[in-house]
Design a protein. Structure first.
Length: 458
């Protein structure tokens, strides 16, 4: 089997990618077809998977790099184990560029898994990407701001070579490489530096994709006082607003200064509904009533020579909302969760969007069958909510005996994995919190629950 599968270390890690995490804030609740930056990158290019051979495989070094013009496409292949391909293009200072591969949108382990690396004219690495984020496939993506005018190089290699695993490559390991100069328009939102307050907030534009809307936000951090403000609207049909910040640094998208935090407020700017520090978290994901909101991007204390940010925004549906509050405050009257077949073999999955107000406790019932273990994944603070110390506890049907529990930290959603229950039957999942942030009003909690046979032995 293709060595890419070594990226997944547990059976439930695969389930998380395929669906469970969509219920606990790790990934979009509804993933656009092809994924953001997958086979339909930020420019909307979505040509067919390459079905022809490379244009020539003499581009195995910087000196023999194949010349590309931004806006054109090259077809290539990692035709032999250990093969690497180099490309070169010319850019201008401050130019926004998207670099994408299209090769394996279906995440087939028997196909190529690309990694792309960007170098400046001195052949010094300035950015790199394995899989586009949020991850939808093994296709690669970089959205970056070129630091200076001149020559740039792009290296395409197989993940196995990049990761130091046994090299893989064959004639069928074909890919398409696109290098595109980005400009404001459509779903591409470029910071216009019109001001640092809500009065001059820049309207965000989104484009339609299957299951929701997507928008790309790129901007610069001029100094430590720079604050970029964007306005957007949420509909009742798509209450989930997710913004994911792309990684900085030479092993990320190349920025020398990541924003310090992201905030989402009401239109008046006086109610912070969601907030994350980008030093520890990447996604801000409030569930919002229909209306107008503001996204605030706060600059870092130190910006560096090429400080910029890249955000991917998604508007979509959310988990099924809690319907029995305050009745479900008691274990005797829990709210049932609907389960459907999951992506993993013989699994059943259910999702819930709960609200944990002041002194609130929520109970949800689940019914297991013989041989099933319980997996519970929940996120709140880690997606920007003001809920602090979220705890999920699995109880027996009377609500008196604890079988398992876990608590969310400041940097990681809670996870109860492979919990064996005494027998098939009804159990209760209780959600509680330690406190509410004094500065963040959001109190949403997203959970995904999976009932399935124990994971197979590695």
């Amino acid at each position: 089997m293709h060595s890419r599968t070594q990226k997944m270390t547990t059976w439930w890690a695969l389930v998380l990618v395929l669906g469970i995490a969509t219920g606990c804030g790790e990934d979009p609740i509804v993933t656009p077809d092809g994924g953001p930056g997958g086979d339909s990158g930020p420019t909307g290019d979505s040509g067919p998977r390459p079905d022809g051979g490379p244009t020539g495989d003499g581009n195995d070094s910087f000196a023999t790099a194949e010349t590309l013009t931004p806006g054109t496409t090259s077809m290539g292949a990692i035709a032999t184990p250990g093969d690497v391909d180099y490309y070169t293009f010319t850019g201008t200072a401050g130019q926004w560029v998207a670099i994408n591969t299209t090769a394996n949108a279906e995440d087939d382990p028997a196909m190529i898994d690309t990694v792309i690396t960007l170098y400046d004219s001195t052949m010094t690495q300035i950015a790199e990407n394995d899989d586009a984020q949020p991850r939808a496939s093994t296709d690669s993506e970089l959205i970056t701001r070129l630091p200076s005018a001149g020559t740039y190089y792009v290296k395409v290699q197989e993940w196995s070579t990049w990761a130091g695993e046994p090299d893989e490559g064959m004639a069928s390991f074909r890919y398409e490489l696109d290098i595109t100069a980005l400009a404001a328009g459509g779903a591409i939102n470029v910071d216009a530096e019109g001001g640092d307050d809500l009065a001059s907030a820049q309207d965000l534009n989104f484009g339609a994709v299957t299951g929701g809307q997507i928008g790309f936000v790129v901007g610069t951090s001029n100094d430590a006082t720079d604050v970029d403000v964007y306005a957007f609207t949420v509909s009742a049909a798509m209450p989930l607003a997710q913004f994911t910040i792309m990684p900085a640094g030479t092993d990320g998208y190349g920025s020398t200064g990541q924003p310090a935090q992201l905030r989402i407020t009401n239109a008046a700017g006086d109610d912070v509904i969601a907030q994350i520090s980008t030093t520890t978290l990447t996604d801000i994901e409030p569930s919002l009533p229909a209306g107008d909101y503001l996204l605030w991007v706060d600059s870092p204390a130190s910006t560096g020579a090429n400080a910029f940010y890249v955000l991917k925004g998604f508007l979509s549906g959310d988990n099924p909302a809690e319907m029995s509050d305050p009745t479900n405050n008691l274990p005797a009257t829990p709210e049932g969760i609907e389960f459907n077949a999951g992506a993993a073999p013989d699994s059943r999955v259910g999702f819930i969007l709960a609200r944990l107000g002041t002194a609130d406790v929520d109970h949800f019932s689940i019914a297991t069958t013989a041989g099933e273990v319980v997996n519970v994944f929940c996120g709140s603070l880690t997606s920007g909510s003001g809920v602090v110390g979220l705890t999920a506890t699995v109880l027996d049907s009377t609500g008196t005996t604890t079988i398992g529990m876990a608590t969310e930290t400041a940097t990681a959603p809670l996870a109860i994995e492979e919990l064996a229950v005494p027998a098939a039957g009804t159990y209760i999942v209780r959600l509680t919190k330690a406190s509410q942030s004094p500065t963040v009003s959001g109190d949403w909690v997203r959970c995904g629950i999976a009932l399935a046979p124990p994971a197979p032995a590695p």
